[in-house]
Structure formats: C-alpha cells, structure tokens
Design a protein around this ligand. Structure first.
Ligand code: NAD
Length: 296
C-alpha cells in the first residue's frame, strides 16, 4: 500500500480519493476548499495544510484540478509539487487539460528526476464513485506501469495511449466525437418529431442500425427509451454542458495548433457556447436537444 498525496478534491477527486482509502492506501489530501477537505477527512484521508504538506513523504502524488492553468501552477510554482516531491515520486495528473500544458509539466517533472503521467478520465462522477472510470494514460512505459495499480483502484480500464500528453490527446478526441454525436442524435430526434415518427420507434431502429452511438444508446436525449438518461430527470447532470464546452474548446485549440481541420468539432463548440450562453451551462449536455428543437 502506498502513501498518496491527493490535490483537488472536487466532484471527481473526492470520490476517487474515497476509493483509494477504501483500498487501504494512506492519503494526504489538499484542496483550497475547506468543505472539500472536510469531505476527504470524513472519507478517511489526512488533511494537509498546503501542497508541500500533501506531497511530503508521498510515493505517489495525484491531482484532479479544474484546468491547465491550475495544473501548471500547482506543479510548477514555488511551493508546488515539483519543488516539494522527493526524487522518483510518481506524479499522476488526472485533470482534463490541454496537451501543451501536459507536455510542459511532464518535461519539467522529468528534468526534476520525477516520473509523470497524464491520466485524464472518462466516466463522470458516477464512474468516480463506482470506481469504474476509464483512464487514458500518456507517459513513459515505466511510469505507466507504476501508475497502473493505483489507477485500477479507481477505474475499470487503463489504456496506455503513448508518450507524454497522449492521454490528453485521447480525451480531447473522444469528447469531440461525443459532443458532435450528441448534436447529431438531437437533430435526428427533432427531425423525427416533425416527420411524425415516434421517438421510441426511431430509438428501436437506430440503436440496432448504423446510427448507433453512446449518445443514443446510453444517453438518449429524449425521455423514455433509456430510463437512466438525464432526459428523464429534466436534464439534471450527469456531464454538464459547461464541461462539454470546455472539452470542445480544448479540441479546437488543439486543432488550431496542429493544423487539423475539424469543422464538425468547430460547429459543436459554437452550438454548446450558444446553449451555455442561454444560461444552460449547468444542465446535462444532452439538454442541447431543447435548443435544437427550438425550445427555451
Ligand atoms: P471541481 O471543480 O468539482 O473540483 C476541482 C477541485 O480543485 C476543487 O475542489 C477546487 O477547490 C480544487 N482546486 C482548484 N485549484 C486548486 C489549487 N490551486 N490547489 C488545490 N486545490 C485546487 O471539478 P471536477 O468536476 O472534480 O473536475 C476535475 C477535472 O476532471 C476537470 O479537469 C474536469 O474537466 C475533469 N472531468 C470532470 C468530469 C465530471 O463529470 N465532473 C468528468 C471527466 C473529467
């Protein structure tokens, strides 16, 4: 069992930490939020007073932070992880951030003699609670091998995507597909309604035909066909439209920097920006069907 420093104890980090404690690891927790720290303590972690306090004595440091600037600051600032970690500490960043920041931080970690992987997740808060996340991991073989048993406590699948930053690349590509597909499913149900085709009938056909995708079969944006989808609870999240917009922005930034043409991704980003600007950023991302259907 390892001593783990865990920084970033929000909606995702909190339950991930709880699963590490349950598995018998010793966890030293730090967050800027006192409420998040109290929840971590209740889950069985030790409260740390600062980043260095969480990192000291830890063999593994895990971060689950909102975005790239937070990761850059928590790792690279004076009093940050790289300054505090003992040589050979394993660093695992599970936040969803841009590929360039992930690579810059990994390069700095390597220069400091530390092993690092980027390991963003898919599966949301439900997956974090159930310990069934999918990890997309970028980094050198030895670091990924060392990270695997820790990640397997929190997830059901750990895919080594390649070198540093490729975990983030996989995440951004996957979520661009997801955003585009949700809009395509929403458009199809909206068209079906106008053509007098029952939503359940379209589901029965497309869930077994070539239109099939996760946005249809697991997260169907109309109420009824998939009883567990957010559409059946007035689009309470789930995965918020704001989170989807964040990931689509990351995809567009990555496309611009790499010279990739992603016109459907660009359209999805604009549509989610519009949906969020209408005040729906806290709704589940499948709620975009309301806008596509011309509802408020
Ligand atoms: P969150 O906002 O609930 O949690 C982030 C936590 O980081 C907060 O508790 C915040 O106080 C803390 N924090 C911020 N700056 C800090 C600092 N300098 N030092 C210490 N703590 C700091 O976010 P979340 O939903 O847990 O998401 C975390 C990451 O996971 C994001 O990158 C997100 O894109 C990604 N993600 C989220 C989901 C989801 O469904 N929520 C799914 C997949 C991936």
């Amino acid at each position: 069992m390892a001593t783990i420093g865990f920084i970033g104890l929000g909606n995702m980090g909190g339950p991930m930490l709880a699963n590490l404690v349950k598995a018998g690891h010793t966890v030293r927790a730090f967050d800027l939020s006192d409420a998040a720290l109290a929840r971590a303590e209740a889950a069985g972690a030790t409260r740390a007073g600062s980043v260095p306090d969480a990192v000291e004595g830890a063999e593994v440091v895990l971060t689950m932070l909102p975005a790239g600037p937070h990761v850059r600051s928590v790792y690279l600032d004076e009093g940050g992880i790289l300054a505090a970690a003992a040589p050979s500490t394993l660093l695992i960043d599970c936040s969803t951030i841009d590929v360039d920041t992930a690579r810059a931080v990994a390069t700095a970690a390597e220069a400091a003699g530390l092993h690092m992987v980027d390991a963003p997740v898919s599966g949301g808060v439900g997956g974090a609670e159930a310990g069934t996340l999918t990890f997309m991991v970028g980094g050198p073989d030895a670091a990924v091998t060392a990270a695997r048993p820790i990640l397997e406590v929190m997830g059901k699948a750990v895919v080594h995507a390649g070198g540093p930053g490729t975990g983030q690349a996989a995440k951004v590509c996957n979520n661009m597909m997801l955003g585009i597909q949700m809009i395509s499913v929403a458009e199809a149900f909206m068209l079906a309604k106008r053509l007098g085709l029952d939503a359940q009938k379209l589901f029965d056909v497309s869930s077994k035909a070539s239109g099939q995708c996760w946005s249809l079969t697991t997260y169907c944006p109309v109420p009824g066909p998939v009883p567990t989808s957010p559409a059946n609870r007035d689009y309470a999240p789930g995965f918020t439209a704001a989170m989807m917009l964040k990931d689509l922005k990351l995809a567009q930034e990555a496309a611009a920097r790499s010279g990739a043409a992603t016109p459907m991704g660009a359209a999805a980003e604009s549509l989610y920006a519009l949906f969020c600007n209408q005040g729906h950023d806290g709704l589940d991302f499948s709620g975009i069907i309301r806008m596509i259907d011309g509802q408020e």
